[in-house]
Design a protein around this ligand. Structure first.
Ligand SMILES: [Cu+2]
Length: 173
């Protein structure tokens, strides 16, 4: 009777983890090939609190991302924040619109991901009619089981199969 119990516990642990992640602000997909152009959606699962409405989603673009373009969303506007280099990727993208608490939505960004690195962290500030949620917590590698209440969305970089080879079909603009 030992094995079925362990299997059941594993199943419970997995499904509760999945539910928790889906209810936060998460990256979808949460893994992408290093060096690739990847469309990553930032999925907002709920407002800042019950009865509140999301008005603004600000996504910080980490260093190493060479370009970042927001997907146009009907009903939403976007603003790009830029650093001193006008050719570099924006440092942040803010979507503005309305998203009631009972609904979820995806805010997609097309990015040229860095060729090397393990993972990218995208701090997100969610501004609502009444409150604000800062999705900026980063897990301590020394304490991987620690429960974070407002984790930042993370994208794991999948190593390129041939990192030393020539880049296929370079995109020059
Ligand atoms: Cu949540």
């Amino acid at each position: 009777m030992k094995t079925p119990l362990i299997a059941l516990l594993a199943l419970v642990a997995t499904s509760s983890l999945a539910t928790g992640a889906a209810a936060h602000v998460v990256a979808a997909p949460d893994a992408a090939k290093a060096g690739s152009y990847a469309a990553i959606a930032f999925r907002v699962g709920h407002a800042c609190a019950a009865g509140d409405t999301t008005l603004k989603v600000r996504i910080e673009i980490p260093d190493g991302v060479a370009s970042a373009r927001p997907q146009v969303k009907p009903g939403w506007t976007y603003t790009l924040e830029r650093g001193p280099d006008p050719k570099a990727a924006p440092t942040a993208i803010t979507f503005e619109g309305r998203l009631p608490n009972e609904a979820f939505d995806d805010f997609a960004v097309l990015m040229k991901l860095p060729v090397s690195g393990d993972r990218l962290v995208f701090p997100v500030i969610q501004t609502c009619e009444k409150g604000e949620s800062q999705w900026t917590e980063v897990a301590d590698p020394a304490r991987p089981d620690e429960k974070l209440s407002r984790p930042a969305p993370v994208v794991t970089l999948i190593p390129a199969p041939n990192p030393t080879g020539a880049a296929p079909a370079a995109h020059q603009h």
